[in-house]
Design a protein around this ligand. Sequence first.
Ligand SMILES: [Zn+2]
Ligand SMILES: [Zn+2]
Length: 142
Amino acid sequence: MGSYFQALLFIILAVILLWFGYNLFWSLTGGKSRGKRRKTQKKSSGEGVPGAPRTCPVCSARLERGERVKSAAFPSMGGTDRLMHISGCVYCLEGERQRKCPVCGHALKPEEILIARMFDKPGRSHVHVIGCSRCRGPRSKR
Ligand SMILES: [Zn+2]
Ligand SMILES: [Zn+2]
C-alpha cells in the first residue's frame, strides 16, 4: 500500500505544480492588460455563458446544448492565441444550411473551412474568426 500513497502524493504534487505554472504563465502574458481585462469582462457578462445557446460561425445557426461546432485547434506557437480551423456545425456540414464566410461573404464549399484565433483565458476562451481558406489562404500567416 506504500506505493499507492506515493503515487497519490506524486499526483497531488504534479497538480499543484501545474497550477502554479499556469498562474505564472498568465501573470506573465496577461499582466499588461490586467486592468483592461477586468473592465471588458464586466461589460460582456451577458454573452458566452457556458451551456447557453451558441451560434455557428459558418452558417450562423443557433445551436442547442450538445450540438457542437466541428473544429480543430493547434498548439500555441509561443503566443497567447492558438490557430483554429472551424469546419461547421451539424446543420451546415450536412448541407442543410449554406456555409458562408463572415469575413469575405463567399459561400464555402464542403472542403473549405474557417480560420480563427482562439485566445485561451482562465474560465473561458474567446474565438475570433479571421477568415476562410478562400480569403486567408490555407497557409497564410497573419
Ligand atoms: Zn453551421
Ligand atoms: Zn473568407
